[in-house]
Design a protein around this ligand. Sequence first.
Ligand SMILES: Cc1ncc(COP(=O)(O)O)c(C=O)c1O
Length: 473
Amino acid sequence: MDIDEFRKHGHQLIDWMADYMDTVEKLPVRSQVKPGEISNRLKEKPPTNGEPMENIIDEFKTTILPGITHWQHPRFFAYFPANSSPPSVLAEMLTATLGAQCMLWQTSPAATEMETRMMQWLASMIDLPKKFSGVIQDSASSATLCALLTAREKATSWKTNELGFMTIAKKLIVYTSEEAHSSTEKGAKIAGFGRDNIRFIPTDNKFSMCTNTLRKEIQSDLDKGFVPTCVVASIGTTGVGAVDPIKKIATLCKEFDIFLHIDAAWAGAAMILPEHRSMADGIELADSIVINPHKWLLTNFDCSAHFVKDPTALTSTLSILPEYLKSKESEDIIDYRDWSIPLGRRFRALKLWFVIRYYGVGGLQKMIRKHIEFASQVEEWINDSKNFELVAPRSLSLLNFRLLSKQSGKVLDIDKLNLKLLNDLNDSGTTYFTQNRVRGHFAIRWSIGQTNTELRHVKDAWAQIQQTASSIA
Ligand SMILES: Cc1ncc(COP(=O)(O)O)c(C=O)c1O
């Protein structure tokens, strides 16, 4: 493609992108295609000769777009948001144009130095002490895996890396709450702890980890000769947004010399609000923390902020230095290849820089406050309604609710009814929610956080819920 052609299609695509952002609200939120529908429309064989760009773009619009679930739709209320923003999209275009692979300081000094500075900005935005260093990972799952690997190595004096797990005579144990995100279980499996050696600690009536049980489990493992190695605590669990008592957990970790990682992938963004910072009381006592700007800070997926108190522990766990990765600079620079699992690294800091500069901390705070306010409005509607109930306390901008059955009190009936309500809502294309199970009960999970969600979208969704419910209940 020559530069003139690139320029022509680039301008056309920017127009398309602007129109998409402007009109996405008119599209069905969740893709309405059936399994296999898109693959049936894609040619089975690659073309021998190149095709005109016009055809490719046309097919993108007609074939691909119907198979997209619109995460940037203002009535996207499923999962957690992956909210993007125009400045972030523009930065991603630059990142793609530069095409820099930023594994070493030398392979793009600006990427490395901006990554360090962005992590310092984020740390100051959430009031994290200066003793933390930061790295941008691709996902919270990767950050948690890195934390588990570091904990494993620390507990075995870096012997597992050298000699392998089979030489470690003692069982290494990971603790997390029964509400924790599945990435902890997955990370512990990948890091070789074994599922059997994860203790899923029960939660209290606020769905927060019971520290008394945690203490008992640690003691019981010690009595058996096992090695309590890592606690993964949560600030904002995925299901109900529960917050573990970080300070108490940190005190236990200190007492028993256990590595503490905090998964604040979603709710960590709300720590930029001084009025919500108390939920993270004690966070400065952690060994590592993850917060996802790609969830609720207007920064396109992927961008996960991983803070560590002792970067040497992380780099000693992950570093490997073949000849071809050596460079003449080694003093006073960071080679982030040693801080994450993949060698290759995208220039993720650029979009964060664009976003924070464009909106300012005040703009980001305003958006998060707005989402929390909307959720508290929904909470009021549900509490005032005779037909619905919350099945867990609202956490920030996350709610779990269900429709009450008029006929019988049987839980099974209510579960089926709510599954039907959820499917009807999602199939209608007007809204998109996720299902959840809270203490055994089926619930509809409503997460508010898309960039362009306004009160009218939330009101429309509530009206749609009530209307759909009345047609099935
Ligand atoms: C609390 C929590 N932790 C971790 C994750 C995993 O995030 P990622 O997709 O960045 O790995 C999620 C995903 O929603 C989450 O809700």
